[in-house]
Design a protein around this ligand. Structure first.
Ligand code: MBD
Ligand code: FE
Length: 308
């Protein structure tokens, strides 16, 4: 490559030309971002005197990540998805809006268009004989007024920490439901008590975490999208208190305000009313939604999702 005198060094010329800075077409913002990323990468290669062998291990790792479809899992594990939350929180705080149920990451395991029902749903297919969970609460506005007709989209893992669709041994939409809230803003589901998640032990995400001396576990949790016309979409999760990983989540999603205390129900009458007929665990959690200022805020962030 010939060096161009307008660039202070051969590397500067390489980075500028490879990022298309002097090319006609393409997207200006994309060029600037690629230029920064390539520059940071080259400086890292130089700083650590990265060997050719190390470089090709890293390139091959990208292929492994894609082959196993774990890029979004790694983004969660490296704290990058949580960093997006930190930035969204910071922007809201700067605008003076800090109220409502806090957000936390969506994670990589959502499947769109789960069965929708009114007021109540049973989420599990009955295939796992394990402790039932009665999960219920209300959707309100910031003044505590009920939000009727809100959609509470819920997904969680089974007792092995696995999610339907990604775990082909489970039935379609097992442990995934959408419930439309009642006139008093309430929702209720019957499901099974989930266990915490662990990254696939033979996958590229866990391989990288091993190199960092980190584990790939999440505490038992339940995911929610909560939406209603006129309100900001909420992406959040709750953690079940008492889990060993509660404050050691590899994906950094735990928040003080999002911890629910599971309550053991041994009252036969209550169990019968719920058609459970056995001791079970009750989890209550309510959501306070913030009014939307712009219509775009009512929708979840655009992202490639299964079945969407
Ligand atoms: C999960 O269940 C999850 O919620 C996240 C964020 C990452 C991996 C598995
Ligand atoms: Fe999850």
């Amino acid at each position: 490559m010939t060096t161009n005198p307008v660039y202070p060094s051969e590397l500067d010329a390489l980075l500028a030309i490879s990022s298309g800075l002097n090319a006609e077409g393409g997207n200006e913002r994309f060029k600037q971002i690629m230029h920064q990323l390539l520059s940071d990468l080259c400086h890292t290669i130089k700083k650590f005197d990265i060997t050719d062998e190390e470089f090709w291990v890293a390139i091959n790792y990208l292929n492994e990540l894609g082959e196993r479809k774990e890029a979004a899992l790694l983004a969660a594990g490296l704290g990058l998805e949580h960093y997006l939350d930190m930035r969204a929180d910071e922007k809201e705080a700067a605008a003076g809006n800090t109220s409502g149920t806090p957000r936390t990451i969506e994670g990589p395991l959502y499947v769109a268009n789960a069965p929708l029902s009114q007021d109540f749903a049973r989420m599990d297919d009955g295939s796992e004989e394990t402790e039932a969970m009665w999960l219920h609460g209300k959707v309100t506005d910031l003044q505590g007024n009920p939000v009727a007709g809100a959609i509470v989209d819920i997904w969680h893992a089974n007792t092995h920490g696995c999610y339907s669709f990604f775990d082909p041994s489970q039935s379609e939409y097992n442990l995934r439901r959408r419930v439309r809230t009642a006139a008093d803003g309430s929702y209720a589901v019957r499901s099974i008590l989930p266990c915490g998640y662990g990254c696939p032990p033979d996958g590229p995400t866990q391989k990288l975490l091993n190199g960092l001396g980190r584990h790939g576990n999440r505490p038992a949790h339940i995911h929610f999208f909560v939406s209603a016309p006129g309100f900001k979409h909420l992406t959040t999760q709750i953690n079940l208190n008492g889990d060993q990983y509660l404050w050691d989540d590899f994906a950094f999603a735990t928040r003080e305000e999002l911890i629910a205390d599971p309550v053991k129900i041994t009252d036969d009458k209550l169990a019968r009313e719920r058609d459970i007929h056995a001791p079970h665990t009750e989890v209550s959690f309510s959501f306070a939604l913030v009014k939307a200022a712009e219509s775009g805020e009512e929708e979840r962030v655009k992202r490639a999702r299964v079945m969407e």
